[in-house]
Design a binder for this molecule. Structure first.
Ligand SMILES: *Cc1c(COP(=O)(O)O)cnc(C)c1O
Length: 369
């Protein structure tokens, strides 16, 4: 039995008539930018996140960038980011001209360490960008009050956490603003690039909208030096067809994660991701285990026809593009250890429990007891 890492075909086959209808109706309306589908999706998505407002963007990186810009974060400012994340979190900070200040993550949850992030605050800190990595919502209980008192904005990177819930609430409704990506493989994915910013502040939502539309509210009048980063009508129409299935898809991911946890419990040498509970209901964007000899385990799985991936083999501070910030080896020990040992197992909503059984069986044969 071959098991891919991820497979969209079954979900899209089931939705094919609705997706075709979205395409046909958009074509018939002939309004491809800033039309009624985007407006409708924005209000539906905001509601799904428990946020007051959502504004479409071209992709997740731009959504982060627009959120930072909307709060005036720029040159001379410092922005606290976790050391363990996809590079977009750091790049958004650099693109607005601010300095990314990396902090280590919690070794068990992989998420921003609240104490480390508060210890990194300086008079120049303007924002903190926690990442709800792998679908688990970062616990911001200790961070939010301090940030609020010091005028530091908290912008969630929720690109992997559509519909995820943590002790402080639903992803997208916790910080001052949040950035989402609708990259096709995310929990809510378009048929191309897309993104959104959510916020409870309508003034911020209006700024994000202007900034993503050439800094303009009235055609050919430009109040701000913005960019062109909008969600397309066609992608919004597609996303409106997919959004109603998000909660059920996440629930299926949860069941699969639970099945993995049961079948992989008590294997010494294998560390499982943190379980749900204590207010956490992860979106299980990824199911990431840790194992010392990752190369051998992924090779054994590959030999059995099972695909795995690594999220992420090279941390942002090790990337040639970001070396100038001067973080050397050993700067973030927990993040670096995760980067050496993390292995992502297959998970997608239509995966079967039988497929989880098979993955677990191969892992057990390789790492007995
Ligand atoms: C996917 C992702 C992004 C960027 O989203 P794009 O739509 O690909 O630009 C940002 N942060 C994290 C954590 C992501 O996983």
């Amino acid at each position: 039995m071959k098991i891919p890492f991820f497979d969209l075909s079954e979900a899209h086959e089931a939705l094919a008539p609705e997706l075709a209808e979205a395409f046909k109706s958009t074509l018939a309306r002939s309004q491809f930018i800033m039309g009624s589908e985007v407006a409708a999706f924005e209000s539906e998505f905001a509601r799904a996140c428990g946020a007051q407002r959502a504004v479409g963007a071209g992709n997740g990186l731009d959504a982060l960038r627009l959120a930072l810009m909307a709060y005036g974060v720029g040159p001379g400012d410092e922005v606290i980011v976790p050391a363990h994340t996809f590079i977009a979190t750091w790049l958004a900070v650099i693109e607005v001209g601010a300095r990314p200040v990396g902090v280590d993550v919690d070794a068990d949850t992989f998420l921003l360490d609240p104490e480390a992030s508060l210890a990194a605050v300086t008079p120049r800190t303007r924002a903190i960008v926690p990442v709800h990595l792998y679908g688990r919502v970062a616990d911001l209980g200790a961070v939010l009050p301090v940030a609020r008192a010091r005028g530091i904005v908290v912008i969630e990177d929720a690109a992997q956490a559509h519909g995820a819930v943590g002790p402080c609430g639903t992803a997208g409704s916790i910080g001052d603003a949040a950035a989402f990506s609708f990259y096709p493989t995310k929990n809510l994915g378009a048929l191309g690039d897309g993104g959104a910013v959510t916020t409870n502040e309508s003034a911020v939502a209006e700024r994000v909208r202007m900034l993503g539309n050439y800094g303009s509210k009235v055609k050919y009048e430009h109040e701000l030096a913005g960019l062109n980063s909008r969600l397309d009508e066609l992608q919004a129409a597609i996303l409106r067809k997919k959004l109603p299935g998000l909660a059920a898809g996440n629930a299926r991911r949860r069941r699969l994660a639970e099945a993995y946890r049961e079948r992989l419990a008590d294997i010494s040498g294998l560390t499982l991701p943190p379980a749900d509970g204590d207010g956490h209901s992860s979106a299980w964007h990824l199911f990431v285990v840790r194992v010392d000899d990752r190369t051998a385990l992924s090779a054994a799985l590959a030999e059995a026809g099972i695909s795995t991936l690594v999220h992420y083999p090279i941390l942002p501070h090790y990337q040639p593009a970001l070396r100038r910030f001067g973080y050397g080896a050993g700067s973030f020990p927990a993040a670096e250890r995760i980067a050496r040992t993390a292995l992502s197992l297959p998970i997608w909503p239509e995966m079967s429990v039988g497929q989880v059984d098979r993955v677990a069986e191969v892992i057990r044969s390789r790492l007995p007891g």
